[in-house]
Ligand binder design. Structure first.
Ligand code: GDP
Length: 413
């Protein structure tokens, strides 16, 4: 469902790859990475830049499946510079990626407000409306900036159409000027990403693709309409970069040791107020982009196995296992039933999904601090049983276990 700590694993794995790419989504994703530097823990938050940007010399690619609000991207680059990292010559932006304009944010707000209790819970960053323009074939792409007069003409027409449709005012000339300045700063980063990746791959360079959001937020296979506007799965990673599925060697699924969800939508293993709040506090479950409290619940094997099936996941990173420390009992939702019949995959019909009964297995908790564990055998026996049960229920090995926020707090198996 997103916010599993993808950024941390991508950051760790980045040192082994030449290129790191984002394939979908916009600045609604937020990856937080904590790195120990000179005895202190430094925190970096990324919204659009791939987390690999922290590693010197790595090329970071923003694919055409993403939507880009240029001022936000430039702000992200400038924050990094202030933190002592100059990413400028390492960023590649797809000329096919669509642009988000200020009026897309206004539309996001209007659309969300008219939905009343059926709110999707968007981040109101204009991402949905920008993807809508893309699907309606009226979107404007990064590459359009190269012919600036034509870009300005397109933007005027596009803004006017939206102003008429939604009945708001918008200063389009100001937006054009903002993009004139922004274009100067990013011009050297714009490339045909298909060509870039093709050439790099055939010259023997390796690629790590970083997902954004989660499988069940995918526009097609997620819990529609409580989804994001892009394809968040491994298949989406291929279309979002123009990179072939036959060249992908491995898909790592990143899953929290419990479940969280931001915004509306069914959540069968959701916990009540008190236990949910405990996980929220211990796991600091507040969105890194919006600060919104995340809904919390037990790990749900039907959701996980559905994601494994869709993405072809061949190993797992179980994150935030340390957050469960101190709980007397831990549960895993192992099976759904609806009117007595087993429901092995997530149903498309949200009424059905909302009404499933969850069968749980219970596990004894542990008290010991596990954040200093470096090998699997360092973990308390109750903890190991929990992880091994997840492997048995999923049929997929847990190769990485997150036991704390820092880069170093990860067990490799
Ligand atoms: P992402 O979007 O999937 O990268 O997730 P976020 O960055 O939004 O949220 C993950 C949060 O969990 C960040 O604050 C991370 O520092 C933190 N985190 C990642 N792995 C672990 C872990 O194993 N244990 C704990 N306690 N926190 C973690």
């Amino acid at each position: 469902m997103g916010d599993e700590g993808k950024g941390k694993l991508v950051d760790i794995l980045s040192s082994e790859y030449d290129l790191i790419a984002r394939s979908a989504g916009g600045a609604n994703a937020g990856h937080t990475i904590c790195v120990e530097q000179g005895g202190e823990t430094k925190k970096y938050v990324f919204h659009l830049l791939p987390s690999g940007i922290l590693h010197e010399g790595k090329k970071c690619v923003i694919g055409h499946g993403t939507v880009i609000h240029l001022p936000t991207l430039l702000e992200e680059i400038s924050t990094l510079k202030k933190q002592g990292i100059d990413p400028k010559n390492r960023i590649v932006i797809s000329d096919r990626a669509h642009l988000i304009f200020e009026f897309h944010k206004q539309i996001d707000e209007i659309q969300e407000n008219t939905k009343g209790i059926k709110k999707v819970g968007t981040t109101k960053r204009g991402i949905g409306p920008a993807y809508s323009d893309k699907a309606a074939r009226i979107g404007i792409r990064v590459g359009d900036l190269k012919n600036f007069d034509l870009f300005a003409e397109k933007l005027r027409a596009n803004a006017e159409w939206h102003m008429k449709t939604y009945g708001f005012e918008f200063d389009v000339e100001r937006e054009i000027n903002i993009h004139k300045d922004a274009f100067e700063l990013i011009e050297s980063m714009i490339q045909n990403v298909t060509e870039t990746l093709y050439n790099d791959y055939h010259q023997g360079r390796t690629l790590l693709i970083e997902g954004a959001q989660g499988t069940h937020l995918d526009l097609d296979v997620g819990t529609y309409p409580y989804v994001t506007s892009s394809n968040t799965t491994s298949g989406g990673a291929c279309t979002g970069l123009g990179f072939p599925p036959t060249k992908i060697n491995s898909v790592v699924g990143i899953v929290k040791a419990y479940t969280t969800r931001v915004g509306g939508g069914p959540f069968p293993t959701e916990l009540g107020d008190i236990e949910g709040q405990m996980l929220r506090d211990q796991g600091n479950e507040y969105g890194s982009t919006t600060g919104r409290p995340r809904r919390c619940g037990w790990l749900d094997m039907t959701v996980l196995n559905n994601a494994i099936a869709i993405n072809g996941i061949n190993c797992l990173n179980l994150t935030k296992l340390d957050v469960l420390t101190g709980l007397k009992t831990i549960k895993i939702g192992v099976r759904y039933r609806l009117n007595g019949a087993e429901v092995p995959f997530i149903p498309a019909n949200l009424n059905e999904f909302e009404n499933v009964e969850v069968e749980y297995e219970e596990f004894e908790g542990w008290e010991q601090d596990i954040s200093k564990a470096t090998t699997f055998s360092d973990l308390p026996i109750q903890c190991r049983r929990y992880v091994e049960r997840i492997e048995a229920l999923s049929g997929v090995p847990v190769n990485f276990i997150g036991v704390g926020v820092r880069r170093s707090e990860m067990i490799y198996r």
